[in-house]
Write a protein that binds this ligand. Structure first.
Ligand code: GRF
Length: 197
């Protein structure tokens, strides 16, 4: 068992169901995993992922972006909570707020995200529909460093899947999600080991 004090203290930012968050918490229960999921923060108080995290024994709090006058004020509150928890690394997982350059610069090299496309293709939203509409034969998901450019940071790890002729955005998303849940823990292991060494 890697002693917990040797593990990278990791926070997961969510906005919804938290399926990727759950996969990271499960992976971190392994004896040799180099990261501890210490904190979950949602910008939406009603996010189902908050209760899922608590059920798994992880501290989970809501910092409601609607309670702040602007992005900077919201991010200052986010940063205060992360710093108070002595977080070393942030995993965005279905976190639907665009982060400002102030926050991405402050956490540069210590914040990653999972995005449902083969970056650099299809940054932003509706990635499955865009890949189908473009006639792509391959789609996938990417874990990447977060930078000032939305979904623009260097890719850490990707998984690809074929797009079937009869795929819809929904069927493609459903087939891709289990692979996301495999990819993210693998990518976090790589990043946490790199930060430790
Ligand atoms: C996932 O498809 C993820 O790739 C994207 O948001 C979706 C929801 O993620 N970032 P989760 O179920 O909340 O983890």
């Amino acid at each position: 068992m890697a002693p917990h004090e040797d593990r990278i203290r990791t926070a997961v930012l969510i906005s919804g169901r938290g399926s990727n968050m759950t996969a990271l918490i499960d992976a971190a229960s392994a004896a040799d995993y180099p990261a501890d999921i210490c904190l979950v923060i949602s910008n939406r108080p009603k996010a189902a992922g908050l209760d899922r995290a608590r059920d798994l024994g992880v501290t989970a709090i809501a910092i409601d972006h609607k309670n702040y006058d602007d992005r900077e004020a919201f991010e200052a509150a986010l940063d205060t909570a992360l710093t108070a928890a002595k977080i070393d690394l942030i995993c965005c997982a279905g976190f639907m707020r665009v982060l400002t350059p102030w926050f991405t610069a402050r956490w540069e090299g210590r914040i990653i995200n999972i995005h449902p496309s083969l970056l650099p293709k299809y940054k932003g939203l509706n990635t499955h529909a865009r890949a189908i509409e473009a006639g792509d034969r391959i789609h996938g998901c990417s874990v990447h460093w977060v930078s000032a450019e939305l979904d623009g940071g260097a890719v850490i790890k990707q998984i690809s899947i074929p797009i079937d002729d009869n795929d819809t955005p929904e069927s493609l998303a459903a087939r891709l999600l289990p692979l996301e849940l495999t990819l993210y823990p693998q990518a976090l292991r790589i990043v946490a080991m790199a930060i430790k060494n």
